[in-house]
Design a binder for this molecule. Structure first.
Ligand code: AKG
Ligand code: FE2
Length: 204
């Protein structure tokens, strides 16, 4: 997360999620339904659909049944992220064949001034095994991670010494799913209390 971050600072945890947990999250996602994913329009500060990101997604909020299946994972992640569930924005992802998310940072432009502060860390978890494609690539650090059921990747989006500043080295992309589909979960950890900020409508 620091200035001299090396590739190994992207941490990979295999078998972070049990198959039954992955199945339960996918079932919760299917029940809630996925909508076309959106990206933040930096110029206007609003969220919109874009050919930059063609996946579908759905948010999982603390008040919803899906949170029950997320809770053990948030507890498990605590020792490695050092932040609890109040910092966490959870989004379930679904990619059909051919879908992707081109190069981006999870650091949101303007988030320096959000009540919750910027997204400091991302924990991405894969729920199934796409037969071909769907890797997550980090071109700046020369790392491509295969989507593998149960695997989690942790990376910083902000600098350790100054979380108001984007860590440009963790720019990444979800490569197109070439065959089959892909399910994953984003947990974006904000520097401060995300629940309080979102309940007050202060997320940008
Ligand atoms: O699906 C992936 O491999 C990465 C997804 C991602 O980067 C995002 O949704 O912000
Ligand atoms: Fe991302």
């Amino acid at each position: 997360m620091g200035k001299n971050k090396k590739p190994e600072n992207n941490k990979i945890f295999d078998n972070f999620i049990q198959p039954t947990e992955a199945d339960a999250i996918m079932a919760a996602g299917a029940k809630m339904g996925y909508q076309p994913s959106e990206v933040l329009d930096k110029g206007h500060g609003d969220w919109k659909r874009s050919m930059h990101r063609t996946s579908s997604s759905t948010h999982c909020h603390a008040s919803q049944p899906c949170w029950k299946v997320m809770e053990p994972l948030l507890t498990r992640a605590f020792p490695i992220v050092g932040m609890g569930e109040r910092h966490a924005e959870v989004q379930l992802l679904e990619y059909a064949e051919g879908q992707y998310y081109k190069s981006h940072s999870d650091f949101l432009g303007g988030s320096e001034n959000f009540m919750a502060g910027p997204r400091a860390l991302t924990l991405l978890m894969y729920l199934d095994d796409p037969p071909e494609g769907g890797e997550t690539a980090f071109p700046e650090i020369g790392l491509t991670v295969q989507a593998k059921r149960g695997r989690a990747i942790l990376w910083p989006s902000a600098l350790d010494q100054n979380p108001r500043v984007k860590d440009t080295r963790t720019k990444h992309q979800a490569l197109p799913v070439l065959r089959g589909g892909k399910h994953a979960v984003n947990i974006w950890y904000y520097q401060r209390d995300f629940w309080e900020a979102s309940s007050k409508g202060c997320m940008g």
